[in-house]
Design a binder for this molecule. Structure first.
Ligand SMILES: Nc1nc2c(c(=O)[nH]1)N(C=O)[C@@H](CNc1ccc(C(=O)N[C@@H](CCC(=O)O)C(=O)O)cc1)CN2
Ligand SMILES: Nc1nc2c(ncn2[C@@H]2O[C@H](COP(=O)(O)OP(=O)(O)OP(=O)(O)O)[C@@H](O)[C@H]2O)c(=O)[nH]1
Length: 454
């Protein structure tokens, strides 16, 4: 890490007040260079967590703005370094001038995520908490907000450290055995006990891996595929659910060829609606490609809205069931405005939601059904749900390692062979929170997605 003092705008432009953050060894000294107060001789004597009124000026001594400066002293700051925050009037011009003045006095403009990266490197938070900061900023609904907050608060981190402790316990039991391996009659490590412990760890890792399906869906949006024959009104329905004209609607069969998707919220949960090409037999090569993509999307979706505009035949029902096996299936009978009461009353052997996409009738009812079929678990303040693909991958590898430990114990392998897999498992779990072994490449990949000033 370079030890330059960094600065950046911390707020979005356009507000009444804008904050410029400064962090690093010379943060207070450099801020003092551009700051003048009638009360205080120099900021360098100011206490940590104090607030100071004054003016900032440029190199030539021209006043830029009337401001408030907060002082944080290492290690009691967000980054763990000496830091200041300059609250100015929220004009893009003023904020630019303040940053320029700071750079003229020896600061460097911060890179994306550099404040949080420093907080991580200074031990203020672990890597999964740093990632939670980015998720928190990106959170747009109650669920994703709660998940990010839980991760930031360290619930996931402490779960991982419990797992690491248990792994270390197995390791130390095995090492004890190795130390005394000359005395073959001595068996310190009860293999049954070791196996039970390893299995407990594996279960917990498996649960975390499983939680990713929910976590990922809540973060990225629960995938809902809109499927059906051509011209039944799938694109009209998509537009209706998204509350915007996203897809082209026409009465020409086979209008939608490619996949069109976007997200929207129902009761604070993000859903990702995917409009697909209408399914029919066709000689048109491009349309056929679209239909194949539709089948793939059904596979990836958790919920399928099978849209119809006529009473389905037995063959239709068979196909519907065959293609959506293992999915939550909602049958949407569209164009109800064209149906006779008799057709509506015709009893179908499954639940059907009658709507009119064109005239926006019964859309609320459909939204409720979609929300209910998503079966979203309540996210408590201390729920641990994995939402990050990097964490998921590390857990998957850790699970393989612990499986090899279990296999090794069952096969009666020697302690040193088993220890090797235990060490791997520890390392893989350690990647999530970031240990000594985190490479610059991994760090670079994580922090480049942050905004500047965070
Ligand atoms: N003005 C401002 N608002 C902000 C932040 C900030 O840096 N500045 N944050 C940041 O992005 C978030 C709050 N996070 C923060 C986390 C730690 C510390 C801090 O000073 N920690 C010290 C003292 C802790 C204490 O008093 O208990 C420490 O960890 O030692 C500050 C902000 C959101 N709001
Ligand atoms: N009467 C009536 N017409 C509708 C309704 N919903 C859609 N339509 C009409 O049905 C026709 C087909 O609509 P689309 O949304 O393009 O149908 P699609 O299923 O996406 O069609 P493909 O792209 O061919 O798969 C259009 O003329 C729509 O205006 C409805 O609720 N009632």
């Amino acid at each position: 890490m370079d030890n330059h003092t960094i600065c950046a705008l911390a707020t979005a432009t356009g507000g009444a007040i804008g904050i410029v953050r400064v962090s690093g060894e010379k943060a207070i000294e450099i801020t003092d260079c551009i700051f003048k107060s009638t009360r205080l001789k120099t900021l360098c004597d100011a206490k940590g967590n104090s607030l100071h009124y004054g003016e900032v000026h440029d190199k030539e001594g021209n006043v830029i703005d009337e401001v408030l400066v907060s002082i944080f002293r290492s290690p009691h700051s967000y980054t763990g370094e000496d830091s200041t925050e300059i609250s100015c009037h929220g004009s893009a011009f003023i904020l630019g001038q303040v940053i320029k003045a700071l750079i003229d006095s020896g600061c460097r403009q911060a890179e994306p995520g550099e404040f949080t990266k420093r907080a991580y490197l200074n031990g203020k938070m672990d890597l999964s908490q740093a990632e939670a900061v980015a998720d928190l900023i990106a959170s747009s609904n109650k669920a994703s907000h709660q998940l990010a907050l839980n991760q930031l608060k360290g619930h996931f981190s402490s779960e991982l450290s419990q797992l690491r402790e248990q792994l270390l316990k197995i390791t130390s039991l095995l090492e004890l055995e190795l130390d005394f391996s000359d005395h073959e009659e001595l068996e310190f490590a009860d293999r049954g006990e070791l196996e039970a412990l390893a299995e407990k760890i594996q279960h917990r890792i498996s649960d975390l891996i499983l939680s990713f399906e929910t976590g990922n869906a809540l973060k990225k949006g629960i995938p809902v595929a809109i499927v059906g024959k051509t011209n039944v009104g799938k694109s009209t329905l998509l537009n209706c659910l998204l509350h915007e004209d996203k897809a082209i609607v026409s009465n020409i069969h086979g209008t939608t060829r490619d996949i069109i998707e976007d997200t929207t919220e129902i009761n604070g949960i993000t859903f990702r609606f995917i409009d697909t090409a209408g399914i029919r037999k066709t000689e048109d090569y491009v349309e056929q490609l679209g239909i194949e993509k539709a089948f793939k999307k059904i596979d990836e979706a958790s919920i399928v809205l099978w849209t119809i505009d006529q009473i389905p035949t037995a063959d239709d029902i068979n196909e519907m069931q065959r293609l959506t096996e293992g999915k939550k299936l909602l049958i949407v009978f569209n164009k109800m405005d064209c149906l006779s009461q008799q057709q509506v009353d015709n009893h179908l052997p499954f639940r059907v939601i009658y709507i009119s996409a064109k005239y926006k009738e019964h859309i609320n009812e459909l939204e409720t059904a979609i929300y209910e079929s998503a079966d979203i678990p309540t996210i408590r303040e201390n729920s641990v749900i994995v939402t990050n693909a990097r964490h998921y991958e590390a857990l998957a590898r850790a699970k393989e390692s612990i499986q090899r430990v279990i296999d090794g114990i069952q096969l009666g392998l020697s302690g040193d062979l088993i220890s090797e897999d235990l060490r791997l498992c520890l390392e893989q779990l350690g990647e999530i929170t970031g240990g000594q072994i985190t490479t610059n490449e991994v760090l670079g990949n994580i922090f480049k997605h942050f905004c500047i000033g965070k």
